[in-house]
Design a protein around this ligand. Structure first.
Ligand SMILES: NC(=O)c1ccc[n+]([C@@H]2O[C@H](COP(=O)([O-])OP(=O)(O)OC[C@H]3O[C@@H](n4cnc5c(N)ncnc54)[C@H](OP(=O)(O)O)[C@@H]3O)[C@@H](O)[C@H]2O)c1
Length: 508
């Protein structure tokens, strides 16, 4: 590209970045209102004119450019190091988009010497993240250490107390202290961004807080844990086209080998990680306080390949969903495996992907799906919060001022109504199945189907050598309390062995 082309491009992008007209440029910078029109028509200004105009553009830029946003990043792990790398690599482009420079000036982590794949030698180092949060040399504090208390809570609180904006990806922190932190942010006039805390790279917080800010949400549900979704997908024979379905233990081992599951996977597979995210989504959806301890939580560890097979034969997939919905009693918040129709959009969300469905009262359902974790997708959500703060966007952290949040009114799980998948190990004695069906009938439970197949044997450890047959019952809509009471009676009658497997069917 020749000098004149470079010059033309510099003039055009200067105009575009500022949203100026060509005439304004001509008057303010070039001293001739028609200058840009002449340039566009191919007239080439002399070299000394170009130099004069380039200098004027530079002076104007320096005079008007807002000061850089100085960022302190605490936590240089998967997400933090990726964020620092992106800001170093894409800094110029981001500056052009924002008209303001984003500058990492200080960082904190535990080990100063660890190789993180990014060069942090040019940034001030803080051993103490609280000291970094309070440093007068930063304008924005980014918390990427994790943990619901400890240094994460202390440093975020310290920054907000000073009126300093904070961005965090920490769902545990938000689930536990979100309301207090939102209140603190309001009192000190600081912004608190946490887009990355729920479903990693999916912009669900912004969608709820801003895009659907005026809509009344009726139900929000989603696949919010990639580890569980990977395991369930593999158990159903998905992902590896020619691979056979595998057991829970095999799928978990595979997920660990691929880095999708922690060495200690309990927090994920028992459903608690999903519960943290659901608590945050429920608050944003229903304008209520965050209530992570009021969630009914059941993980996926008891799902057997036979459950997946029967479900598939009946036209369902099994997914671990977090679901929050309004009901007559209050708000239901539950995390458990669910039979979802294979025809539903969420049934097609496989592997480590996440998806969140937002349903409004006007029967408008919106599904957002994408990568729920990983350094780059998560850092990109962190970055989107940083950009909002750099632009000066102001929104209450939880969508409404914290004083307007209503206390969380839990709808008891026993009042939940829906269809049920019930798998029983029934003793192989005459009349057993008839007795079970009678118990169900007495409690008003209508059975949609009863499935008994020789290939469905699930070994149960309570067997004592008793011969059993695996039987699956599908109920029509029934109350949770009725199902539980009836199954207690069935167990008391002595016709089944071991614990019944109960999976809820969700109407989607
Ligand atoms: N990874 C994901 O895919 C993902 C997705 C969504 C949300 N998140 C959230 O993002 C946050 C960070 O996750 P991550 O995966 O990046 O974690 P990580 O890889 O374990 O990194 C944690 C970082 O925090 C630093 N750190 C821990 N304690 C510290 C302390 N007392 N003082 C200073 N630094 C400390 C560690 O320092 P050293 O490196 O020196 O040990 C490390 O750099 C968490 O809240 C997580 O829930 C992560």
């Amino acid at each position: 590209m020749g000098d004149i082309d470079d010059f033309r491009q510099a003039v055009e992008s200067f105009i575009a970045q500022r949203g100026w007209t060509a005439t304004r440029f001509g008057r303010t910078i070039a001293g001739d209102p028609l200058f840009v029109f002449d340039l566009r028509e191919g007239r080439e200004p002399r070299s000394d004119t170009r130099q004069r105009i380039l200098k004027a553009m530079q002076d104007e830029g320096e005079a008007k450019a807002p000061p850089p946003l100085r960022i302190g990043v605490a936590g240089l792990g998967n997400v933090g190091a990726t964020l620092v790398g992106i800001l170093a690599r894409d800094g110029e482009e981001l500056t052009r988009k924002l008209g303001r420079r984003l500058e990492v000036v200080a960082v904190s982590a535990r080990s100063r010497t660890r190789d993180r794949g990014v060069d942090v030698s040019g940034y001030a180092w803080f051993d103490d993240p609280v000291a970094l949060a309070r440093s007068p040399d930063i304008d924005l504090f980014v918390e990427l250490m994790g943990g619901e208390d400890g240094p994460a809570f202390a440093s975020v609180r310290a920054a907000l107390e000073l009126g300093r904006p904070v961005v965090t990806a920490n769902k545990a922190l938000l689930a536990r202290h979100g309301v207090a932190l939102a209140k603190l942010a309001e009192e000190s006039g600081a912004q608190l961004g946490f887009e990355a805390a729920v479903a990693g790279g999916i912009p669900v917080i912004k969608t709820l807080r801003e895009g659907l800010g005026s809509a009344r949400i009726a139900r929000v549900y989603g696949i919010m844990n990639g580890t569980c979704n990977y395991i369930l997908t593999r158990m159903s024979g998905g992902i590896q086209a020619d691979g056979p379905p595998v057991s829970f233990a095999e799928a978990l081992k595979e997920a660990q080998q691929l880095g999708y599951a922690e060495a200690d996977p309990a927090f994920d597979v028992e459903g608690f990680d999903t519960a943290h995210k659901l608590a945050i989504l429920a608050s944003l959806s229903f304008g209520c306080e965050i209530a992570p301890d009021q969630i009914f939580v059941e993980g996926i560890t008891r799902i057997a390949p036979a459950d997946i097979k029967v479900a598939a034969d009946l036209g369902y997939a099994i997914k671990l969903l977090g679901i929050a919905q309004r009901s007559a009693e209050g708000i239901e918040q539950r995390v458990h495996p669910v039979l979802v129709p294979k025809t539903s959009a969420i049934a097609g969300v496989d592997g480590v992907l996440n998806a969140v469905v937002l349903e409004t009262d006007h029967v408008h359902a919106l599904m957002l799906s994408g990568p729920g974790a990983g350094g780059a997708p998560t850092a990109s959500s962190v970055l989107s919060d940083i950009l909002d703060i750099a632009r000066g966007t102001r929104v209450p952290a939880l969508g409404v001022p914290s004083g307007e949040l209503v206390p969380y009114r839990p709808a008891p799980m026993k009042a939940h109504a829906g269809g049920y998948y019930i798998r029983l190990n029934v003793k192989d004695v005459a009349g057993a199945l008839a007795a079970i069906a009678t118990r169900m009938g007495e409690r008003g439970i209508s059975l949609e189907s009863v499935i008994q197949r020789p290939d469905l044997r699930v070994k149960d450890d309570g067997g004592d050598g008793v011969q059993t047959r695996t039987v699956v019952l599908i109920t029509q809509e029934t109350m949770e309390a009725t199902v539980r009471e009836t199954l207690n009676q069935v167990a008391g009658d002595g016709f089944i062995v071991g614990m019944p497997q109960v999976i809820r069917i969700e109407a989607l």
